[in-house]
Design a protein around this ligand. Structure first.
Ligand SMILES: N[C@@H](Cc1c[nH]c[nH+]1)C(=O)O
Length: 372
């Protein structure tokens, strides 16, 4: 846990050794996995016009933005809270004519106005992939398996994928279980708290089975099927079940159909990722729509990972890698050859430098490394 300090604002911190290196190694592993599946890298800027940033995603809100006024354009800029929105802008403008499906990946810092208790950082590294032009079961299956493969390559274990149905209440309240938008808001709140009494008080007893339809995937899915008597949700449920089938052997699967934390713009399908050693969600993804400049929309599906502070082990950041102290006047060619073999070297600058003080495991003695 980070200590409070008045050097940095709340929710901001420096990543120090060995964590900074562990994080960048993880970033590399994830990006390499995305590239190996054909996701081409894009790098949008840290800030852009506020109105442009939020205009592409149906459902994204302006309330969670850190803003500043650009002295040059005199316009309000927002610091990006989510790169996915920027990918939507790129896909619908500069890459509008590139053949679909379009696969893009990214990595960059995002800034959140508010943070959660479990993840207090407001400045986070976000790494992700977006598959644009389709949101079919095949596309969603690719996205979830690439996400899991990326986490595995980064050395993470104990991966859990929690599926959700972000627009479930919209579908139900616009159909068999009608609610006004104010009532729908209350019902969502009660469902968030899994408060059966609260739902009953609102007269929304039709929604009660949703509280129970949560937990291990197959069980919760069976409850959702039983709830869906008029088969309104059957194509969604079939889709989610088919996606889950493709990753059954790689992750623990759960279903929480009304979970909506962090799902602002996703529609029929969403998921949250958890892994051993991480407090709170490690990533999130789902299907969504990108607004095109002509008013039409384009489907997409993708995910973002937040490989923030790792608790405990898993990734050592090179701490256990051997470090070789190079005394003054050492053989530079030999040192270069050892670096090429994978050694990490630390060269003495003065007589006062020592292997011990600099935390080196070995010393270059003549031409051979010897243990300190
Ligand atoms: N960008 C979303 C996750 C996502 C990516 N693509 C679709 N959904 C988030 O960080 O919560």
């Amino acid at each position: 846990m980070q200590k409070r300090s008045n050097l940095l604002p709340e929710g901001f911190h420096d990543a120090l050794p060995p964590h900074a290196e562990a994080a960048s190694r993880m970033e590399r592993d994830i990006l390499d996995t995305l590239a190996s599946h054909g996701y081409a890298r894009v790098s949008p800027p840290l800030a852009e016009y506020e109105d442009v940033l939020t205009s592409r995603m149906t459902g994204s809100s302006k309330s969670d933005l850190m803003r500043l006024v650009d002295p040059i354009s005199q316009r309000t800029l927002a610091l990006r809270p989510d790169v996915t929105m920027q990918i939507g802008r790129i896909a619908s403008t500069s890459m509008a004519d590139v053949p679909r499906p379009l696969r893009l990946s990214y990595s960059g810092t995002v800034l959140k106005l508010r943070s959660g208790q479990l993840r207090p950082e407001r400045s986070r590294l976000q790494i992700g992939a977006e598959l644009i032009g389709v949101d079919s079961v095949a596309a969603a299956s690719e996205v979830v398996s690439v996400a899991i493969e990326a986490l595995e390559r980064a050395g993470l274990t104990g991966i859990t994928m929690d599926f959700t149905m972000p627009d479930l209440i919209d579908i139900l309240s616009g159909g068999p279980l009608p609610l006004s938008s104010a009532q729908a808001k209350e019902v969502r709140r009660e469902l968030d708290m899994k408060d059966a009494g609260g739902l009953a008080e609102l007269g929304a007893t039709g929604y009660l089975p949703l509280i129970e339809a949560t937990g291990p995937f197959d069980d919760a899915m069976a409850k959702m099927r039983a709830f869906d008597t008029d088969a309104l949700l059957s194509s969604r449920l079939d889709g989610i079940a088919a996606i889950a089938d493709t990753i059954r052997d790689k992750a623990d699967l759960t279903l929480d159909p009304t979970e909506r934390h962090g799902f602002e713009y996703q529609n029929w399908f969403g998921f949250t990722l958890f892994a051993d050693g991480f407090v709170g969600a490690m990533g999130r993804g789902g299907s969504y729509e990108i607004a095109r400049p002509d008013g039409s929309t384009e489907p997409a599906v993708g995910f973002s990972l937040y490989p923030g502070p790792l608790v405990g082990t898993g990734s050592s950041g090179g701490k256990d890698r051997k470090t070789l102290f190079l005394p003054l006047g050492h053989d530079r060619d030999r040192a270069a050859a050892l670096r090429a073999e994978g050694w990490r070297t630390v060269a003495a600058l003065t007589e006062a430098d020592s292997a011990q003080i600099l935390g080196c495991s070995h010393i270059l003695n003549g031409s051979e490394p010897t243990e300190t």
